[in-house]
Design a protein around this ligand. Structure first.
Ligand SMILES: Nc1ncnc2c1ncn2[C@@H]1O[C@H](COP(=O)(O)OP(=O)(O)O)[C@@H](O)[C@H]1O
Ligand SMILES: [Mg+2]
Length: 284
């Protein structure tokens, strides 16, 4: 199924949080894969489905070892774990030192994760630069979501990286590049300014969304349990973004016409999970 790559250029944090958020809201079966050589954060932040701690040794490293001779989709299941709430994850290397052992794995990961038979994959690439090894996954991605905050340096670094990411991503339909601007809910004007600064590069973007800066909401992905997560600004702001991405990567479906939207607090479309809440979605 589809592969959606999440990344930031220098400066913007929130890639891991947003990857888990997208996974939690995704309308189809999904696996969140931590493909970040700087080391796993999910393993230390999130409890397993049964409340125990996740096994940091089961994930990308164990998958790479098992697939040393041949990596194929049927191998992946044995190396994933379930988070509390039901989301399936493939943990990244516990520490950056271990990621050196993945050198020959990176080029194989994109083709592997983009053809899992039953899951879309949200891949957390962390911070990408010119030479970061996880860039190899972009060639197999159906879409990329780039995160940026509203600080000038973050915007400048993303502007600089947009063209090379656009050239690297496969994407079968229209532009495969989506952007999430992380900003406090009321900063809609600033988000528009960031959008304008990015579109001025001439790189075609499928959509630029306002993702709420919401410290309380982000705690959900630090393992905290919060009541009514569907009411949190972070979760509500992700609704239009998830809807756009899920349609964009549904093979055979046309890309919706460039919805360049801002998140208007209190005016967010209902997401697809209203019936049962975002934490009991299709991935369960
Ligand atoms: N949308 C957000 N609003 C507020 N805080 C956030 C948001 N996204 C992430 N954070 C916080 O920022 C820090 C870094 O987030 P993380 O997702 O680990 O970033 P990255 O993977 O890019 O390093 C964490 O403390 C996280 O809780
Ligand atoms: Mg991260």
């Amino acid at each position: 199924m589809a592969l959606i790559a999440l990344a930031s250029a220098k400066g913007a944090p929130g890639v891991t949080t947003t990857s888990l958020l997208l996974g939690a809201l995704w309308p189809r079966p999904v696996l969140v894969a931590e493909c970040d050589p700087s080391g796993s954060d999910v393993a230390t932040r999130m409890p397993a489905a049964d409340g125990s701690t996740l096994d940091p040794q089961t994930g990308l490293m164990s998958l790479a070892a098992a697939g040393r001779k041949a990596l194929y989709p049927e191998l992946v299941d044995a190396h994933t774990q379930e988070l509390v709430g039901g989301l399936e994850v493939l943990l990244g290397p516990p520490f950056p030192e271990q990621a050196g052992g993945l050198q020959s794995t990176w080029p194989q990961l994109g083709p592997l994760l983009s053809r899992l038979p039953r899951h879309d994959v949200v891949a957390d690439l962390g911070r990408i630069g010119v030479l970061t090894p996880q860039n190899a996954l972009l060639a197999s991605a159906d879409a990329a979501l780039l995160l940026v905050d509203t600080t000038p340096s973050s915007v400048v670094h993303l502007r600089h990286r947009l063209r090379s990411v656009a050239d690297a991503v496969g994407g079968a339909y229209g532009s495969p590049l989506h952007v999430a601007v992380v900003a406090p809910p009321k900063r809609t004007q600033t988000v528009r300014e960031v959008r304008d600064a990015l579109t001025a590069t001439g790189v075609e973007l499928a959509g630029v969304h306002h993702l709420a800066y919401d410290e309380q909401g982000a705690h959900l992905f630090q393992g905290q349990t919060l009541s009514r997560p569907d009411k949190l600004a972070l979760v509500r702001s992700a609704g239009p973004l998830v809807a756009e991405l899920a349609v964009a990567v549904a093979h055979g479906s046309p890309l919706p016409q460039a919805p360049v939207e801002a998140y208007e607090p209190g005016d967010v479309a209902q997401d697809a999970h209203d019936e049962h809440g975002p934490w009991t979605g299709a991935h369960r």
